[in-house]
Design a protein around this ligand. Structure first.
Ligand SMILES: Nc1ncnc2c1ncn2[C@@H]1O[C@H](COP(=O)(O)OP(=O)(O)OP(=O)(O)O)[C@@H](O)[C@H]1O
Ligand SMILES: [Mg+2]
Length: 413
């Protein structure tokens, strides 16, 4: 499980840390930096997959000419934080992850030099892996190695051949970072028939028919899938059918008890989104870390709490970890206490160029206010933003202790 992410000089973060739990929720206004956090996770995941920096940042074309790895958004000129206007993309950034694995606290960190204009590209300045505060591997590159360090794969993904103990630590750290999946369920892609054999969903929810077919091959998992699916949609679902077309591709039909059959082509967008999320977290290979962009997208508010309940139950089992961004305050109203403790707000003031990341539970009195006022009201009324502005803008935090509710626009109705 990833326990924290720290970013320095990355996109709109000067030096910020995100704390993570089994289920982490990231809230924040438009353009506050939620997806920039996803970009940072993708960057680190790319290192775990063994790509070079140029491939991670700029994208990698695989065999057959298809894009195997999408570039990081804004690559290459807008990875490094622009502090005062533009800096032409030149500079350095730092990213680190803490992971809990096999009873050990492990850390991976790297500093990257970026100089796209001069043709020098990207360079790993330092790379460090630690287990329980003891170094596994540390690397500092010199100026002379600039060219070399562009071509080499970062050490995280390179086995330590002559040191089995450190190799075991490195490979556990690397596996955790490799196990991240970035899912943005897209109904258009989920309607496509799948190629037989694909048992894990693609980044946009592709291969839904075969993933569901493999879940249904196990009676218990099929039952779990059907019961959640029935709860989430108004359908009286009996099961699924997976007919093959003449070219061998697998299609999806949803069968209802009244005998009606609905193909994926005419299933509603929300139905497919539910199925995409259920398929991701219930499939045979489900394990590791899932990042869902805007989990509430296209989901009716009265079904959102069920989706939240499903994710909270799945993550509580300890096999999967979920991180999601959301705009929907309803999600915060229904989450359990553990999820609340792992919810962070990304905040950017109109007058600051940088964003800050804060656990919402640390905000002035929010734990208590959540119970007495209802968090949904606090969010829709702009309380969260006011609280962030107050706590970040005023260096004299003593004011917070003495503030009463009226200072926060919290008059009783
Ligand atoms: N290199 C950079 N330096 C400074 N700020 C940057 C940099 N790159 C991106 N940004 C800022 O990050 C913003 C985009 O952030 P992001 O896409 O993460 O927003 P978001 O919270 O996901 O918003 P939405 O809810 O609309 O999806 C840009 O508008 C820009 O202000
Ligand atoms: Mg976004």
């Amino acid at each position: 499980m990833i326990t924290s992410l720290r970013l320095k000089n990355f996109k709109n973060f000067a030096d910020e840390t995100l704390k993570l739990g089994p289920f982490t929720v990231i809230v924040g206004a438009n353009a506050s930096g939620k997806s920039n956090i996803r970009d940072a996770f993708r960057f680190l995941h790319g290192i775990g997959r063994g790509y070079t920096l140029a491939e991670i940042i700029g994208g990698k074309v695989g065999v057959g000419g298809q894009l195997e790895w999408e570039p990081i958004r804004g690559a290459p000129n807008e990875i490094v934080r622009m502090s005062e206007g533009s800096n032409n993309g030149i500079g350095e950034f730092y990213a680190s992850l803490s992971v809990r694995s096999g009873g050990e606290n492990m850390d991976y960190s790297c500093a990257v030099g970026v100089n796209p204009g001069a043709g020098d590209g990207f360079r790993l300045l330092t790379e460090m892996m630690m287990a329980d505060d003891q170094p596994i591997v540390g690397m500092v590159s010199s100026e002379q190695e600039w060219r070399y360090m562009q071509e080499v794969r970062p050490a995280l993904a390179r086995p330590l051949e002559h040191d089995p103990i450190r190799e075991d630590q490195r490979s556990r750290l690397c596996s955790a970072i490799q196990s991240m999946r970035f899912l943005e369920p897209s109904p258009v892609r989920m309607r496509e028939p799948s190629v037989p054999g694909a048992t894990a969903p693609g980044d946009y929810g592709q291969n839904l028919p075969t993933v569901l077919e493999s879940i249904c091959a196990d009676a218990d998992r099929k039952q779990t899938l059907l019961s959640w699916f029935e709860e989430l949609t108004p359908m009286d679902v009996q099961g699924f059918e997976f007919p093959r077309d003449p070219s061998g591709r697998v299609h999806l039909y949803i069968t209802e008890r009244n005998g009606r059959k609905v193909s994926a082509y005419s299933a509603s967008d929300g139905t497919l989104r539910f199925l995409g999320i259920l398929a991701a977290l219930l499939n045979e290979d489900a394990g590791g870390i899932y990042f869902f962009e805007e989990i509430d997208n296209g989901i009716h508010p009265n079904r959102l709490w069920l989706l939240l309940d499903f994710i909270e139950r799945q993550t509580a089992k300890g096999k999967v970890q979920v991180i999601t961004t959301t705009h929907n305050p309803a999600l915060l109203a229904w989450m359990n206490d553990e999820t609340f403790e792992h919810t962070s707000v990304v905040y950017r003031d109109q007058y600051w160029s940088d964003s800050v990341i804060r656990p919402i539970a640390d905000l002035y009195n929010l734990r208590e206010l959540r119970k007495s006022k209802g968090i949904e009201w606090l969010l829709t009324s702009g309380w969260l933003e006011s609280a962030m502005k107050f706590s970040e803008g005023d260096p004299d935090s003593d004011h917070l202790d003495g503030a009463d509710e009226d200072d926060w626009g919290m008059e009783e109705e």
